[in-house]
Every structure is written in C-alpha cells, then in structure tokens.
Design a protein around this ligand. Structure first.
Ligand SMILES: *Cc1c(COP(=O)(O)O)cnc(C)c1O
Length: 397
C-alpha cells in the first residue's frame, strides 16, 4: 500500500519534498497517528504546529460535519455568520481591533505587507520598505520569500518585488541603522520557528516597539507559528509585553483546515477600504467554523494554561536529559510547547532518524535542532514517553 503511494507520488507529484519519511497515515486520535501498516506514532510535531487540539478532537469533528451538512462556501459578496463570529473572537481575545481572513500564513503576511503599505499610501507618505530579520521564515510566495532572511530560499527567485531588506536579529543597532524615511514596517517572529526555535530577547522586542512608535513605523509580529496558545499565552507578543500594530496568524487557527488571519489595530486596519484587498476562499463558512471550534476547545479545556504548564514541565525534563548528555545536547530552548533541542551537528540527523524509528514524530531544523510542537492538550505521560525515547537515543549513540 505504502509502496503504491510512494510510486504515484514519485511519478505524478512535483518533487518539492524529495524523499519523505516512508510512512503514510490513515487516521489519528489526539497525539496518536496510525500508519497504514498498523504502526502507531506519537505526533510531537503536531503537523508543524497546526494540530493544536490534537487529531480528530470529538468537538472539532462534530463542528466540521455539522458545517459540511449546512454550507461550505458562499463568497465574500454576502455576510458570513461564522466569519463575523471568528473575527469577534480574535479581536476580543487580543490587542487587535479588526481581523481579515485568508488561507495560509504566507497569505496573511502578504496581507500585512499590503496593509502597511496602504496605510502610508492613504496618508500620502512615500514609505514602503519592509525590514525583516535574518534567519526568519515568512512564507513561500514571492513577497514573503523576499522577507524571509535565508539565502537558500531567496537565491533562485530573484528579482523580488522591491522594498524588502533584512538585518541581524537581536541587534538593535543594526536595525536602527537600517531604518530610514522610507521604512513602512518591521516584521519579526518573536520566536523564530523554522530556523530552529530561536527566541528574540525581550529587551530587543521592546526596543523594536519603541523605535516603531518614535518613527511612525508599523510593527508586524508574525504569529503564524507562535499563535493560538503555542507559546503558553494565546499569542507570543503577550509573553513579550509588546502590542504589535499588525499580527498574523495561521497554522493552528483552523486545527488543520486552511485559514490565516491578519489582525490589526483600528487605525491601521482602517487603511483597507472596499476593493483594496480581497480573497475568494478566505474565511469561508467551513474554514471559520474550524477556527471557532478550535477556539472553543482551547478555551473550554484551558489549553493556553496547559501549554504553559506542560511546556515548562517538558523543558525541565529535556534540560535534565541535556545535563546527563552535555556532550550531545547543546541547548534546549523555547516557550510553552514550541521547543527546540539543539544537538551537536554530527549526531543531529541520526538522533532525528532514531526518534522517528521509535515512533516519535519531530522535525529537524537546519540539520541541527529537533523541533517539537505537540498538541496543547498533551499529558505528562506523553511528555515522559518522549523524554524516555530521547534519553534512550542519547545512550544508544
Ligand atoms: C509556516 C510559517 C509561515 C508560512 O505559512 P504557510 O501557511 O505555509 O504559508 C509564515 N510564517 C511563519 C512564522 C511560519 O512558521
């Protein structure tokens, strides 16, 4: 069965993902994923920080089935009850005043760039440059690749749309030097996920906020990976004590149904007037029903609190393993349930493979750091299982 899937994939699917891990899942429940050969895996990656309430949560399944029975799509020509309700939820739970829905993280960041530029355009100001950070990840569209501070993602796709530049993270001096009269926005991931879970310094984040205030620049926080309780608060900017003018959200928002959001303060959001921006699928009845179901589970089951509590416990236990194997584990970092375990370069890919063989799903960032981003309703027993397997791996290599 798996061999047929692999053969078809190799023949018909573009080779963007190369040799994937040789497994295909048929169903899931909570932290567990069932492979087509009967093997059971534990999903410590959560579909790359997407499955925040685990796989096939009963309330989520019920909400999705009910919505499919009623309506999937209408269009933005008409009012959409779920869309209005999810926007209300996002606004009432955060520092934002308005939300806009799209279909992915990249699209949310594109929307944020457009909103920032429109804000200054409407003011009659020539401010269009967008500064981002090295080692960042903002998506795969041309503009978001232009903002993604990683040469290997950028090199083949030049020339980009103008007005994007990158500076070294956590170096406020460099940022100050890069800012000029044309700067429209600064976009940051407060914890850089894709490049291996690298948190910004709190002081740096606060200085960026102040610089933006002083110079009339829009601060965008990319919360595509860090949002929806992932880092122990609903959004990571709450941890940092900074309120962005715009933040974007996607991965966990729909629990696996594609949806992204651009959230903004009233004054900035007002720059978008009828016709300025739009979408066909964004925020349709099905996607926003998914968002509402995810929100409901996160709230009723106290999952933001659980993320903070279990995240701390997880990190403590990982640090204990690190203390036993300081020659192998270089660093354990992250907030809430977004944790990176940096390994010595020569063993990293072996550790990743061994964890996979032990049925622990993770990802390996930059060939160096094991990233875990499990469901926010993870239990201590599940954490212990991972820690045991990691410890075992450390002793085997
Ligand atoms: C995943 C990710 C994106 C891109 O999201 P897509 O849904 O894949 O377009 C953007 N920013 C960050 C921080 C991400 O982690």
């Amino acid at each position: 069965m798996l061999n047929d899937v692999i053969a078809s994939d190799k023949k018909y699917y573009m080779n963007t993902f190369g040799d994937r891990l040789p497994v295909s899942f048929t169903h899931g429940e909570g932290m567990k994923l069932y492979a087509d050969n009967g093997d059971i895996y534990y999903d410590f990656l959560g579909g790359i920080a997407v499955n925040a309430i685990g796989h096939c949560h009963p309330k989520f399944k019920e909400a999705m089935k009910a919505q499919i029975d009623k309506l999937v799509h209408t269009s933005s020509l008409y009012y959409i009850e779920n869309q209005a309700a999810l926007a209300k939820k996002l606004v009432e739970s955060t520092c934002a005043d308005k939300a806009f829905f799209c279909n992915s993280g990249a699209e949310a960041n594109e929307g944020a760039f457009k909103l920032a530029r429109m804000y200054f355009y409407k003011k009659g100001l020539d401010k269009s440059e967008i500064i981002s950070l090295d080692h960042s990840f903002h998506g795969r569209t041309i503009a978001t690749v232009a903002a993604t501070g990683q040469e290997h993602y950028q090199a083949p796709y030049r020339p980009f749309t103008n007005g994007f530049l990158q500076v070294e993270p956590n170096s406020f001096e460099e940022l100050e030097k890069a800012v000029n009269d044309k700067t429209a926005a600064i976009i940051v991931e407060l914890i850089q996920g894709e490049s291996g879970v690298h948190p910004m310094d709190v002081e740096y984040a606060k200085k960026v906020r102040k610089l933006c205030d002083d110079k009339g620049i829009i601060m965008i926080v990319d919360e595509v990976q860090t949002g929806m309780g992932r880092c122990g608060r609903l959004f990571a900017h709450e941890l940092y004590g900074v309120e962005p003018d715009i933040f974007t959200c996607a991965k966990a928002l729909g629990g696996g149904v594609p949806i992204g959001a651009v959230c903004a303060k009233a004054e900035v959001a007002a720059a978008f007037e009828p016709g300025d921006h739009g979408t066909t699928f964004g925020g349709n009845p099905l996607a926003t029903a998914a968002g509402l179901a995810v929100f409901d589970v996160i709230e009723t089951e106290g999952l933001v609190e659980n993320s903070a509590k279990m995240g701390k416990l997880f990190k403590d236990k990982l640090e204990f393993v690190q203390a036993k194997h300081p020659d192998k584990i270089v660093d354990v970092r992250g907030e809430g349930l977004l944790i990176g375990i940096e390994l010595k370069p020569e063993i990293a890919s072996v550790v990743f493979k061994k964890l996979h063989e032990k049925k622990m799903l993770t990802s390996l960032c930059k060939g160096l750091t094991i990233r875990v981003a499990p469901a926010l309703n993870i239990t201590e027993n599940e954490i212990d299982l991972f820690v045991e397997k990691l410890n075992e791996t450390m002793e085997e290599i």
